[in-house]
Design a protein around this ligand. Structure first.
Ligand code: PRX
Length: 642
């Protein structure tokens, strides 16, 4: 029996009571057009849409609010100023160094600075529809760069600062992006991150017409004459006014690269109108945001969580969002709680991996700080184990405030399954109930629909406004990846259990994607990186349970003949993967083996590799189809000795 944690007593300020949830959910699935037309009223449209839902999953063609026109930057920034809220704080910047300068950026200032940056992009030559790569630290200018693109109708492609030059080059090339916005360096835990140097190395491989460089740390960087411009010089004389470009609802807003089970990362494409309505609505209800509250999401703007719930969702709601440059455990393990205390944070949204890491440090670092302003906690990115949930609830939340465990994906644009803070009781470890308009379905491997309490593969049967529309430049890949496993349904790639109360429990990926500290990593990507190394013959990569990261990266590697395994080579390969993909892909285990377990037809038996990596030798199952059953025994022996 799972535990039920009661929601806080009715709160007269809430956006959604239990009765309202039932009523709104019913309407959202029975009359989606009427429901979403109503939610869309909170957006300022240049041309009000008359068409609402217009989609098909077979063939795949997804549109929402198709004849509407709007500008999302106007909605996130200008309209709050026009409504007399220009003095409200939009972004609070807390720097990496606890003694550094806090910045408070009002909506009026955000409007001026975003317009100036938009003018800088225009001066560089960026036009509507062009792709702009953003590779920035967690500073307000990162959000401004995204908004500036949206303002002039350019499509942003943000790349997380932990990705390598190789990865940047691949993404720049894939979406043919001619412009890059970056900074001299980032700072994390006191250490500089060489952002500009990484961009330079990427641009040795692919070309760009212009690079805008924010001076952030003041670190030395090379500037390429004619291509690179210091932002503060380039924009110094530019106007703080720039009109918002009218955009069609289905015009592209951004591309965000994400890992899948095969091939290189996909450029997931989101469009303007549906994404605006979806992030506005989900932020409002999931976080139950009230004016004046301080909201903090610890994600990076390089991930979808940062896009939807640091930048667009909060700003569309006129909220005050905190942007934190640092890391949870520097200078010590109380940093998160110190920031919550210092800025009187009301809503705190983080990932289970951070909670688990901080839980290890005990109550001390939490109790040093006054967390009495907290009203709501959130979790995202991976399943949260009940133990971590408990600690988060009791120690951080003082046992008095709700947790929203929000399940969603880069492709879904915003939260899909969660409890709402005052509408649902919580079950530690369960994401909860579908958000408005979301119709989850569990199917077995044959595609049979499972009813009632059951466990299977999680699909969504009907489109929602925030759904990704395609993979940039490769619609066929979009169709293949998400709509071909179960024809006519969106397949999430996640396994899931539904209990008798209709609560959903995400059990993790069922494909070859692993989730490392809440970051999605394609095992095929790590394998491709390994086999690029001259000494590696073959590689097979699987995930295994990791106490802090959720899953770790376990690599089986066979070497070319004549090459001997060694600690030096292990180190070399680790560095190699970091260089090819980035530090987030650093292998936890490198297991050299003379051979991989294969069927007689030469297919690698990943199931066996997963079990061995998990130290679960009793459950290897049928190994009789292996070409050489001895391989599995050798691998077990090797695993035991690690
Ligand atoms: O496996 C699910 C897991 O993260 C995947 C999506 O990763 P990404 O596109 O990088 O987006 C992460 C942030 C939205 C999902 O397929 N996941 C995300 N949130 C949860 C989760 N698993 C369980 N519970 C969650 N709350």
């Amino acid at each position: 029996m799972s535990e039920l944690v009661r929601r806080p007593d009715d709160d007269s300020n809430t956006h959604c009571t239990p009765q309202q949830y039932e009523e709104m959910y019913r309407r959202s699935v029975e009359e989606p057009d009427a429901f979403w037309a109503e939610q869309a009223q909170r957006i300022d449209w240049i041309k009000m849409p008359t068409k609402i839902a217009d989609w098909s999953f077979d063939p795949v063609d997804i549109k929402w609010f198709a004849d509407g026109e709007l500008n999302i930057c106007h909605n996130a920034v200008d309209r709050h100023v026009e409504a007399g809220r220009g003095g409200d704080v939009a972004l609070i910047f807390e720097p990496d160094d606890p003694a550094g300068d806090v910045r408070r950026i009002t909506y009026a200032e955000l409007q001026r600075e975003t317009a100036r940056m938009a003018n800088a992009l225009k001066k560089l030559g960026v036009a509507k529809g062009d792709r702009v790569t953003i590779y920035m630290p967690m500073v307000p200018e990162g959000a401004m760069a995204m908004l500036a693109c949206a303002r002039i109708g350019a499509v942003h492609s943000v790349i997380f600062g932990g990705f390598s030059p190789e990865a940047i080059a691949g993404r720049i090339e894939d979406c043919a992006s001619d412009w890059v916005v970056t900074a001299d360096e980032g700072l994390r835990g006191g250490k500089p991150i060489p952002l500009k140097a990484n961009v330079d190395a990427a641009l040795d491989k692919v070309s760009a017409k212009g690079v805008l460089v924010l001076r952030h740390t003041g670190g030395e960087v090379a500037m390429h004459e004619g291509r690179d411009h210091w932002y503060h010089e380039f924009a110094a004389d530019l106007s703080e006014e720039c009109p918002c470009e009218p955009m069609k609802a289905e015009d592209p807003l951004f591309i965000l690269y994400t890992s899948g089970s095969t091939g290189k990362p996909k450029g997931v494409l989101h469009t303007t109108g549906g994404y605006a309505v979806w992030t506005e609505t989900t932020f409002r209800y999931v976080f139950d945001y009230r004016p004046g509250e301080i909201y903090w999401c610890t994600a990076d703007i390089g991930w979808v969580t940062g896009h939807s719930y640091i930048v667009y969702g909060p700003l569309l709601n006129g909220a005050t969002a905190l942007m934190f440059e640092g890391v949870p455990n520097w200078p010590d393990a109380s940093r998160f709680w110190q920031v919550c205390d210092k800025h009187r944070v009301n809503i705190f949204y983080t990932a289970p991996t951070a909670i688990r890491a901080l839980m290890r440090e005990g109550k001390g670092p939490v109790e040093k700080h006054n967390l009495s302003t907290l009203r709501l906690l959130g979790s995202v990115g991976e399943p949260i184990n009940p133990e971590a949930w408990r600690w988060y609830h009791d120690t951080v939340g003082g046992g008095r405030i709700p947790i929203v465990d929000t399940w969603w994906q880069t492709e879904t644009g915003g939260v899909m399954i969660t409890t709402l803070p005052h509408a649902h009781d919580m079950k530690p470890g369960s994401a909860g109930k579908p958000f408005f308009g979301i119709r989850p379905q569990l199917v077995d491997s044959e595609g049979e629909v499972l009813e009632g309490a059951s466990e299977g593969n999680l699909c969504i049967t009907h489109s929602w406004p925030g759904q990704a529309r395609t993979v940039y430049g490769d619609h066929e890949r979009f169709v293949q990846t998400y709509f071909s496993t179960y024809r006519g349904k969106y397949f999430t790639g996640d396994g899931c259990r539904r209990d008798a109360d209709g609560y959903y429990w995400i059990t993790g990926r069922v494909d070859d994607v692993i989730n490392v500290s809440g970051h999605r990593m394609g095992t095929a990507e790590v394998e491709s990186a390994l086999v690029l190394h001259g000494k590696v013959s073959e590689a097979a990569v699987v995930g295994y349970p990791h106490d802090i990261k959720g899953q770790g990266i376990y690599c089986y590697v066979t070497l070319n003949s004549g090459i001997e395994p060694s600690a030096e080579l292990e180190d070399e390969l680790r560095k190699w993967v970091r260089k090819e993909i980035g530090p987030i892909a650093t292998p936890d285990h490198l297991h050299f083996t003379p051979a991989l377990p294969k069927t007689r037809s030469g297919k690698i038996m990943r199931r066996i590799l997963r079990k061995i990596a998990e130290n679960d030798y009793g459950a290897l199952g049928d190994t009789s189809t292996l070409a050489d059953p001895g391989v599995a025994e050798d691998l077990i022996e090797g695993r035991r000795n690690r």
